[in-house]
Write a protein that binds this ligand. Sequence first.
Ligand SMILES: Cc1cc2nc3c(=O)[nH]c(=O)nc-3n(C[C@H](O)[C@H](O)[C@H](O)COP(=O)(O)OP(=O)(O)OC[C@H]3O[C@@H](n4cnc5c(N)ncnc54)[C@H](O)[C@@H]3O)c2cc1C
Length: 321
Amino acid sequence: MSMANGKLTVIKYSLAKTKRPISPGAEKWLGKPIPCLDHGFVYLVDYLGNDLSVEQAARVSYGGGTRKVSETRGLIRYLKRNDHTTPFEMVELKFHAKMPIFVARQWVRHRTASINEYSARYSILDKEFYLPEPEILSEQSKNNKQGRGEVVSSAQAEEIRRLLLDEASGAYGLYEQLLNEDGDGNPKDLAKPKLARELARMGLTLNYYTQWYWKINLHNFMHFIKLRVHPHAQYEIRVFAEAMSKIAKQAFPIAWEAFEDYELNAEKFTSPELAILVKMLGNKIKFTPDEVIELAVASGMDNKREQYEMVKKLKLLGIIS
Ligand SMILES: Cc1cc2nc3c(=O)[nH]c(=O)nc-3n(C[C@H](O)[C@H](O)[C@H](O)COP(=O)(O)OP(=O)(O)OC[C@H]3O[C@@H](n4cnc5c(N)ncnc54)[C@H](O)[C@@H]3O)c2cc1C
């Protein structure tokens, strides 16, 4: 929509055929919100590219050298395994998300995205705050200073929810009092000032909802997901990360499979850990390279380069003779 000569004009964008690469999995999710927590959501607003865009970018950098790994899946998996990251930056995702302010504070730490947030200087925030469900209200963890421990009893949970509700409702009462505005923007109490919205908001609690547009490339998105679906991440941000993962998995199935196999569900061994593994395994188990490749093929690892990379790692551990 746009304003011209004071008149509101609806600009009609053509939804006709496009020459752009389309992802059927992403198309399915466009404008379809996934509810998150009690009042939040996340949906895909737009996207750029698909799995083939990753391959296309890689071919520019490798030129003729890609012929050996010409199959799309094989190439994308090779890129992911070997940290060839920039082809994944050619794909972009844009989400609209609504989350509690304390979740937004964690989310915004990921500096590699573009954000445009709802302005509480310009607009009045709705009376919407997050109240955790009783079954996720837990005590402080005894062994993880950043985590949760035992779930509190149902009576305790009700008491905690009541305290949170009273606090957030009271905070909104103060907000309305300071704003001193009726529905038409006139002062409710003519004897009192209408405090600026940017000041009136400061008494609100961190569980109030905010919302934003969030645009990020696939490489940085995967990094975000790896950190924020991890069990150490706070439950409330995990809910959003898991919802967005669901969309990305269908939007970019080949790249996502590679991400799951080589990053999300993979483990990295440190140098001291490797030294211990060599001591533990090196002289006890011995396989020939052919035996290892046979096992790899049987478990579905059919890519020759991937098999070769695994043999190299196992040689390092002394498992292969
Ligand atoms: C479980 C968990 C607990 C956390 N606890 C805390 C905490 O207690 N306190 C706290 O303050 N934060 C905490 N964080 C936030 C964390 O420290 C990171 O700020 C956040 O996860 C963003 O990670 P990132 O910098 O890798 O991501 P991004 O900002 O998206 O950056 C992606 C990558 O780009 C590169 N990069 C981006 N900007 C720079 C830069 N300026 N300089 C160098 N490299 C850059 C880095 O390689 C980085 O990994 C926590 C995060 C998690 C997941």
